[in-house]
Structures are given as C-alpha cells and as structure tokens.
Design a protein around this ligand. Structure first.
Ligand code: ASP
Length: 363
C-alpha cells in the first residue's frame, strides 16, 4: 500500500515536471518577446592630414566634444528603441550644424565660391536609398536624402530640383549664405591663389571680412576632408548608413563625389554590412568602396575589419587614393579603417563606453 502511494507521488511529480516543461517550451517558442539586438553606432567626421603637431588643444577638444555630442544623440535614439535611420539622422544633424565639419554649415566652397552639398542614406532592411547632389538651400541635406528615399519614386536627385523637392517636403530652407564660414572661405582663397586660379567675389550675404586675419586653423598644405558619416545597428537588428558632405574644396563644373553615390561612399544591406566613407571621392567611386567592403563580408566570409582593411590598405592604396571608412554588421561587428594620418571618429555599443579617436596612433 505504502509502496503504491510512493509510486503515485513520484508519478504526480513527473507529470507536473512534464507539464511544466511543455508549457515552458511553448512560451519560449510562442515568442511573445521580440528578438532584441544590442544597438551600436559608429561615426566619422572626415579623414586626412590631421596631425598632433599641427592641431592646437582647443580645436582638438572642440572636435572631440562635437563627436561625443553627435554619438550621444544617435545612441539615445537607439537606446529608446528608435530605428538606425532615425539615429543616423539625429547624429548627422548635429554634425551638419557644426562649422567644424565639411557638411551643412561649414561646407567647403566650390571654385565659384558656392557651397554645393551632397548626401545619401540607405536602409539595410530593404535596400531603399535616397541621395542628393548640389543642394544649396536645404539646411539638413541628410534629411533631404531621406525624403527622396521615403517620399519620392527616385533614388537620386541633383541640382536646383533637390531644393525645390525639399521645400515641397517641408524641410527647412535657408539662404545659401547660411553655409558660409570665414575659415572655409579663407581656405578656398589660399588654395586658388596658390594654384593661380581666379578668386570669386565674396558671396552675397556673407558677413563682412574680419579686420584681423584668422589664425590658420589648417596648415597651408593640409589635405583634409571633413565629410561626416554614420552607420548604426538598432534593437531590431537593422543596419543603415548615411553620409553628408560639401565635397572637395575648389571643385568645378558640378563635380559630385562618392558620398551620394550608393555603393561608393554609402551602402547598407542587412545581408552584409553598412558603410560610410570619406576621402578623395574620385577613387572611392571607381572602387565602389562601400559595396566592395560589404561584398567581401558577404561572399568571402571574412570579418568586417579584414574587409575594411583590405579595401582601404590594398585596393585604395593600390590606386594611390586617400581616405577611410566606418562600418557595422547586423551581428554587431564595428570597424574603421583609414590610410591618412587621422580620421575624426567615434563609436559606441550598447553597454560599452564611448570611444573617440582622431590620430592614427589611437585604437
Ligand atoms: N568623399 C568626399 C568627396 O569626395 C570628400 C570627403 O570625404 O570629405 O566629395
């Protein structure tokens, strides 16, 4: 009798355990919870001849502060569950408004003394993309690129039509003199004088020239780019890339660089990676740098860092091109690579610390 009772007890316990297991497995498989990824973000603010010896501490501190502020703005969006596209736009707005960078306010001048802005954005989830070239009146070209992606049937717009579309889309319009900075103007004048090219009239609406000459923030022969770019991974596991630039100083004839060309300066696919590049655009276009990095990751199965280094240090250097890139994968690999003395850069992954770098001897 006691034996039977004991056996019954064991059976009951076993049944309870079995039911528990079945219910537990069901709940897990039912997937009431969304798969959650750890977010991450990487930024660049341009590559080039950026060296400790020619950088004064105040300017260096200003760059680091601005990179931190932009990264934090993007990280905040991601931490609250926002999309990688929203994070990129938030971070790039800060860099576009900061005259330190060659994007939005602070863009370099063309040989005719104008600011012509280029930008692109790409969504790794669905390969949707938007790009603009030759923008002159839209305060935030990255938002215009996004509007092209989301509100037009096209991928790329150029010239006066871009600003017309921006105004129609409700994006903030400004007088072209909004983008004027004395530092960039003097830098253009120095370059044109050196090259014996005509110096254009000071743009209409620009403030009166300073009485005392500006301190030379840039060494006369410095080759700096200063484009801005952001790649991000959100909690849903989607990656995206965005780039915004004034192009290259003294550019002529409606020149367009790599930044707004999908696959050259900007690319994103959840199948491989997201990339934003900076450097001498003519080389990046010919090598389709951004897509090349992602193709290596996708088809060769190498790590993101290996792919980035191969494209920058072998392929770009093979053509004698200069510059760098930032990249991210949906599984959270982050990379940067550049072959110049410096690249303004920052990155942060969920739960990790903010890492900022300028020179090539920093990690
Ligand atoms: N890549 C940009 C261009 O060629 C320049 C830069 O990175 O600053 O337009």
């Amino acid at each position: 009798m006691r034996d039977l009772e004991a056996k019954g007890k064991v059976m009951r316990k076993f049944c309870c355990w079995l039911i528990g297991m079945i219910l537990g497995a069901g709940a897990a498989a039912g997937g009431a919870q969304q798969p959650s990824h750890h977010w991450a973000i990487v930024l660049h603010g341009g590559a080039g001849v950026i060296e400790r010896a020619t950088m004064d501490p105040k300017t260096e501190a200003a760059y680091r502060a601005s990179l931190a502020q932009a990264t934090e703005a993007g990280a905040k969006v991601l931490d609250q569950g926002g999309s990688s596209l929203d994070a990129i736009e938030a971070a790039i707005h800060i860099l576009e408004d900061d005259p330190l960078f060659n994007a939005g306010r602070g863009a370099v001048f063309t040989a005719e003394g104008k600011n012509e802005l280029d930008a692109a954005i790409m969504d790794g989830l669905n390969l949707k993309a938007g790009a603009v070239a030759g923008v002159t009146r839209t305060r935030h070209p990255i938002s215009l690129a996004r509007a092209v992606m989301e509100k037009s049937p096209h991928v790329m717009l150029m010239g006066p039509g871009t600003d017309a579309f921006a105004a129609q889309s409700g994006l903030e319009q400004v007088d072209p003199s909004f983008f004027f900075t004395e530092r960039r103007w003097q830098s253009l004048v120095r370059q044109l004088k050196k090259e014996g090219r005509p110096i254009p009239e000071r743009p209409a609406g620009a403030p009166a020239p300073p009485v005392a000459p500006l301190a030379e923030i840039e060494a006369p022969n410095a080759h700096k780019f200063g484009t801005v770019g952001v790649v991000a991974l959100d909690r849903k596991g989607n990656i995206a890339a965005g780039t915004s630039t004034g192009g290259t100083q003294g550019k002529r004839w409606g020149r367009v660089g790599d930044s707004p060309i999908i696959g050259a300066g900007t690319y994103a696919s959840n199948q491989s990676c997201a990339v934003s590049a900076t450097g001498a655009g003519e080389y990046f276009i010919r090598l389709t740098v951004a897509r090349e990095v992602c193709a290596l990751v996708q088809y060769k199965g190498i790590t993101l860092q290996q792919a980035a280094d191969q494209v920058i240090h072998k392929e770009l250097e093979g053509l004698h091109g200069d510059g760098g890139l930032i990249a991210i994968t949906p599984d959270g690999q982050l990379a940067w690579s550049f072959n110049t003395p410096g690249m303004y850069r920052a990155r942060q992954a969920e739960g990790g610390r903010l890492q900022i770098g300028i020179y090539n001897d920093e990690p």
